[in-house]
Design a protein around this ligand. Structure first.
Ligand code: ZN
Length: 373
């Protein structure tokens, strides 16, 4: 069975899977139909009603676990700018496919499905391939965390994340810890502030302390230092009341070696009893040493197909690998997909068709060498 990855990209883009709400079911069912027909064992692991994760396996045996590929079926919303193409039209022009999700990341999913289906007849009795096609990535990898919580250790020996990198192999990414720090007060009439306790004043002190916060960790050789940004402040209802509640949004980007649990505790005690700190996104960093033999192989395959010598780089965004890589037991992980990274989440998003073909080629070679076929 041969799958045209460009046509499959276009088909997937025509499913509106904007998240929220996601509605990934029809898109995922289409992929399941293709994979089941090619002999894959397919399992649905739901995130929620109408929001399936799909796990598809083929082959197995040969003394080591399969090679895994992952991609998500949901997309971000269209944004406020008008589009010059139909966002779900999957228009093909000038060597590009246009539409929401072309780059991030239906082309990546289409490419690894095409590669795996093409290799399927040769995989019996080999380590084989496992595909994790997730829902709900764009709002914090919720689908992948459902898979991770189910237990995955030993299911795969290496992981390819087909997020947009223009087919460059990236060795990881920072983690993200998004927190809300809530302060509480006592409301009173604005003309009598001494009768109340002002939650916004408390929030201001929290913000000043955050500006001074020192992670006190050594720089990572490739990712540099962790960062902290106060992204929003909400507090007070009207000008003539003492506000009884305020909220500060904190975006922390962590580096390998930092664990979010202890970091949350450190920050909560640093801010003191006046701030109640809760996390609303918590995805840890991912890093594979480029000297790892499998990573060296990925670099070699990438160079053979792309003609460009890879350099050691990491992604600016986070991915489902934050959930999947630790759950798989810390397997070597590469982020490598056909979409151009700068087009992810953009108006008039596109992917070049040549890059889709190149990704299929790279993935086929990775499967072939992993499985020894
Ligand atoms: Zn993505």
């Amino acid at each position: 069975m041969t799958i045209d990855a460009i046509e499959l990209t276009r088909t997937l883009v025509r499913f509106d899977t904007i998240n929220p709400p996601g509605n990934e079911a029809a898109c995922t069912a289409h992929l399941q139909g293709i994979l089941a027909a090619a002999g894959f064992a397919c399992e649905i692991v739901p995130l929620a009603a109408g929001r399936p994760n799909l796990v598809a396996r083929i082959g197995g045996g040969g003394g080591r676990p399969p090679i895994a590929f992952t991609g998500h079926t949901d997309t971000v919303p269209l944004g406020l700018q008008p589009w010059s193409v139909a966002p779900h039209g999957a228009e093909l022009k000038d060597g590009k496919v246009f539409g929401r999700g072309t780059s991030d990341m239906k082309s990546g999913v289409a490419a690894f499905v095409a590669a795996a289906v093409g290799m399927a007849p040769r995989l019996a009795g080999t380590p084989g391939v496992i595909l994790y096609i997730t829902a709900g990535e764009e709002t914090g990898s919720e689908g992948a965390f459902v898979l991770a919580r189910r237990g995955m250790k030993g299911e795969a020996g290496a992981l390819v994340v087909a997020e947009p990198t223009s087919n460059r192999p990236l060795c990881g990414h920072k983690g993200a810890l998004w927190l809300k720090a809530r302060t509480r007060g006592v409301t009173a009439h604005g003309s009598m502030p001494d009768k109340g306790v002002n939650a916004v004043y408390k929030a201001a002190r929290v913000i000043s302390r955050l500006e001074e916060f020192d992670f006190n960790v050594a720089r990572h050789a490739v990712m540099g230092s962790p960062s902290l940004n106060v992204g929003f402040v909400h507090g007070g209802l009207n000008v003539n009341s003492v506000p009884d509640q305020a909220e500060v949004g904190i975006d922390i980007r962590s580096i390998p070696g930092m664990r979010h649990g202890p970091l949350r505790e450190q920050l909560a005690s640093y801010l003191g009893a006046d701030a109640e700190v809760t996390a609303f996104v918590d995805v840890e960093s991912v890093w594979t040493d480029p000297a790892t033999p499998w990573m060296q192989q990925v670099f070699a395959v990438s160079e053979a197909v792309d003609g460009v010598e890879p350099v050691v780089e990491t992604a600016p965004y986070f991915t489902d690998a934050s959930a999947l890589t630790p759950a798989l037991g810390g397997v070597p992980t590469v982020i490598l997909g056909p979409g151009p990274a700068h087009m992810a989440h953009q108006t008039d998003e596109f992917v070049e068709v040549a890059r889709i073909d190149a990704a299929v080629d790279i993935y086929r070679r990775l499967i072939a060498s992993w499985c020894g076929v």
